[in-house]
Design a protein around this ligand. Structure first.
Ligand SMILES: Cc1cc2nc3c(=O)[nH]c(=O)nc-3n(C[C@H](O)[C@H](O)[C@H](O)COP(=O)(O)OP(=O)(O)OC[C@H]3O[C@@H](n4cnc5c(N)ncnc54)[C@H](O)[C@@H]3O)c2cc1C
Ligand code: SF4
Ligand code: SF4
Length: 744
């Protein structure tokens, strides 16, 4: 047990509490003489705390989310007891609030006593960065890495760099006045990359395997049959997009009529200098562009590929300039966001470019022309255009699509049995491996959880797109450009820069044994007491970041540098043999047991006997509670809030412990889950919800009502609703009556 010091701040309204009674808790229950200070965060107050020699320091003051620069002390365990936002700003000060403050102090002291000082996992790491894919995104990424003083390896599967942009005749404008097309930027980028001494380029190369962990990724590439090996610290995936298969668009005439082509095929023609009819090689004078071909369509690509409207405007100009012809663009909506409006306006000025909104009803061949019939036009009349050539504005799919999907793990139904997830293994059979081999891999990761970056809906790389767009579900591996979302080249350049910054942050942090977001800088990592492991595989299957490999028996093989410290493995383990030095089963269980639960047989009054626990995810729910407090919203003082790394880190033993010690109701507040999840650890809140099945069994065994334990999804913006959610839960459980285990 640690030597612990206790500090009680009386600033910011905390002095409304009975400080003498708080002091007594520390003195009489734990034998620790507390230091009371009027404003601990002052220079002088902070100095006193910093000079304290105890291993564990309890600061009973403001929320752990504020003043971190003042109270985070390296080499010590600091437990922040939230008396300000958690008690005085969110409750009327009365006996209940006083009891709440005293319980929080007890919980803080035992947590500090039970914590250990973590040692970082230090290894000899590499700070070099691998970029996969040499399109505009990958080229930019490699250059940015080199400019920041790091060494880059660029691996491109084709013999030439440049990606799709290098196959274009001209490119959209990237500079004012944004009304003329330009030479594709990739040519300049290729020159800069190939002449930069900090970038090693491998063309005609693919990745054979990547093993290890961030800071220590061992990469083997295959270049024209020869193996090359090197070690990198992080990876930027920039493998871009593949065109949607136009053969699926027979309804628009593709594959049926030779003179119906895709926008990519037109780009190729323009590059060769002539816009022609493939059927007879004659110059095409009247060209119809059909927008959203197989896009924004639930039967094909349900999303917008974001550039096709601009591309058709650009290509209409090709028709004007290369064949002095006419272009007709039929669109559902013309999407030219931001500064691209300038380009749109410029094209509208050209009287040879005709644009209308409309619904294409039929396409057929007549007199060696392609007839396009359009209804619901802006002109108010139906159109019948006889064209030499029809160009379909087809869209982009991520190169990750079809390689490895976790879609099944996020079924729209939230009621899928908990067990389902255990049965799911990304690669289930030899046949599946063979199938995947046919599609061709990108990264070939030697991870127990599969060789590629997991994808979500539509096949783009999976990340918490709201907060962390470049992140993948593999620490140290970042996605940028069209592999992540459809975008134009200017956006790809921005994206590459963002991903590179993330990669640099990763190599620097892992070199010090630290993790990345959202627990950036945390050196604590899970410890496994494997002597008692039953090889149930829950931890290895549930770790959202693939941090845990497995030996042939199913015993976890941790890779600490891949770990994001979410605690989901800790929440999963039925044997309770996974623990962090500063987030352990003993620590949380002891904190739960430190709550004073009144015994109805000797305490008077109906109200006081109730006690509730809220496990609040520290990423959204806990800050939402702080914000509610800041805005003066109040909630029941009978509730004890316990911040957790993620709802997935709540082991069901905590719930069993709480129920058997007389807690009347337990609420788990965490992030949204499902396809559009906001969980910072991807699956944590979903797993918590699934674990409720086990909790229901516990409740049944104890003959307790199922309503006593509930999971509710909240986001940080729900701060104004959270107090009401808590109060409603408290009221509902009160209707059930007190937990009969009180006093046992
Ligand atoms: C018809 C058309 C015209 C367009 N015109 C424009 C335009 O004028 N201006 C504009 O801004 N945008 C335009 N776009 C969009 C533009 O093509 C994309 O924004 C751009 O290509 C995205 O670049 P990227 O580097 O992310 O992907 P990509 O261009 O797809 O590059 C990815 C690279 O990765 C390589 N690669 C793939 N898999 C592997 C692997 N396993 N191992 C190694 N390497 C791999 C590929 O060979 C490729 O070189 C157009 C799109 C279309 C459909
Ligand atoms: S803490 Fe999270 S990321 Fe780390 S091993 Fe456990 S489940 Fe995986
Ligand atoms: S969850 Fe616990 S018991 Fe199961 S495999 Fe992992 S460490 Fe072993």
């Amino acid at each position: 047990m640690n030597k612990v010091s206790v500090y009680i701040c009386t600033g910011c309204g905390i002095d409304k509490l009975d400080i003498e009674r708080l002091k007594k808790v520390s003195q009489e229950e734990y034998g620790i003489e507390p230091v009371v200070h009027p404003h601990l965060c002052s220079k002088e107050g902070a100095e006193i705390v910093r000079n304290d020699e105890a291993d564990g320091i309890v600061i009973a003051a403001c929320s752990p989310r504020v003043k971190t620069n003042v109270f985070d002390i390296e080499g010590k365990y600091v437990e922040r007891v939230n008396l300000r936002e958690g008690v005085v700003w969110s409750h009327d000060i009365d006996e209940h609030a006083q009891e709440l403050a005293e319980d929080y102090l007890r919980m803080g002291i035992v947590k500090a006593q039970k914590a250990q000082i973590p040692e970082p996992y230090l290894q000899e790491t590499s700070k070099d960065i691998l970029v996969v894919g040499g399109g505009v995104t990958g080229l930019t990424a490699a250059l940015e890495i080199a400019k920041a003083g790091y060494k880059a390896y660029l691996v491109e599967k084709e013999p030439n760099l440049g990606g799709w942009l290098a196959k274009n005749y001209k490119a959209l404008p990237t500079a004012p006045p944004y009304n003329r097309f330009e030479e594709p930027i990739v040519y300049r980028l290729i020159e800069e990359v190939t002449s930069n001494g900090n970038i090693t380029v491998y063309t005609s190369s693919t990745i054979e395997s990547i093993s290890g962990q961030p800071g220590m990724f061992d990469v083997t590439i295959n270049q024209n049959g020869n193996q090359v090996q090197f070690r990198v610290g992080a990876i930027v995936v920039a493998t871009g997009w593949k065109p949607y298969d136009a053969k699926k668009l027979e309804n628009l005439g593709y594959g049926k009529y030779k003179d119906v082509i895709t926008n990519l095929e037109l780009e190729q023609m323009a590059k060769e200098g002539k816009i022609i009819r493939p059927s007879d090689g004659k110059e095409a004078k009247d060209v119809v562009f059909i927008q959203c071909a197989g896009q924004r369509d639930p039967n094909h690509l349900p999303y917008c590929s974001s550039v096709c409207c601009l591309v058709s405007l650009k290509q209409a100009k090709y028709v004007r300039e290369l064949s002095n012809g006419h272009a007709f663009i039929i669109y559902k909506d013309m999407r030219t966001v931001g500064i691209w409006e300038e380009f749109y306006k410029e094209m509208q000025q050209d009287e040879g470019i005709f644009l209308t909104k409309g619904e294409v009803t039929s396409i057929y061949e007549e007199d060696r022309k392609i007839v396009v019939e359009v209804t619901d036009t802006l002109l108010g009349e139906d159109l019948k255009i006889k064209a030499d050539l029809v160009v379909l504005a087809t869209g982009m799919e991520s190169t990750l699509k079809g390689l490895y999907t976790v879609k099944e793990e996020f079924p729209d139904e939230k009621t899928v049995p908990y067990k389902h997830i255990y049965e799911l293994h990304p690669i289930k059979s030899e046949e599946e491996v063979e199938e995947l081999k046919k599609i061709g891999h990108i990264l070939n990761l030697k991870y127990r959880q599969g060789p590629e970056l997991p994808t979500l809906r539509y096949g783009f790389s999976d990340s918490n797109y709201i907060c962390f767009p470049y992140e993948s579900r593999r620490l140290g591996i970042y996605a940028a450009g069209c592999v992540r979302a459809p975008m134009d080249a200017a956006a790809c350049i921005e994206d590459a820069r963002g991903a590179v910054l993330k990669a640099i942050q990763a190599v620097e942090l892992v070199a010090e044994g630290k993790t990345t977001f959202p627990r950036t800088g945390d050196i604590d990592y899970p410890q496994f007491f494997l002597q008692r492991c039953t090889q149930c595989k829950r931890c290895t299957e549930e770790c959202p970041f693939g941090a845990l490999d497995e030996d042939e028996k199913g015993t976890p093989q941790p890779n600490p540098l891949r770990c994001r410290r979410c605690g989901i493995c800790f929440g999963a383990c039925p044997e309770r043999i996974i623990s962090f030095r500063q987030y352990s089963i003993d620590q949380i269980s002891s904190a739960i047991r430190a709550i004073h639960v009144p015994d109805p047989s000797w305490e008077e009054g109906a109200e006081e006997k109730f006690r509730f626990i809220v496990f609040a995810c520290e990423n959204d729910a806990y800050p939402a509670l702080d914000m509610a407090a800041l805005n003066g919203l109040k909630y029941s003082p009978l509730v004890r809030v316990i911040p957790v790394r993620c709802l997935g880190s709540v082991n069901t033993v905590f719930i069993a412990d709480a129920l058997s010690s007389g807690i009347d109701g337990i609420l788990l507040l965490g992030c949204k889950f499902g396809q559009d999840y906001q969980c910072h650890f991807i699956r944590g809140s979903e797993l918590a919800n699934r674990r409720m099945e086990n909790v229901q069994e516990t409740l049944q065994r104890l003959v307790l009502e199922s309503e006593r334990v509930k999971v509710i999804e909240v986001s940080i913006t729900d701060w104004d609703k959270v107090p009401k959610i808590i109060n409603e839960f408290v009221d509902n459980v009160k209707q059930l009556g007190a937990n009969p285990y009180k006093g046992f």
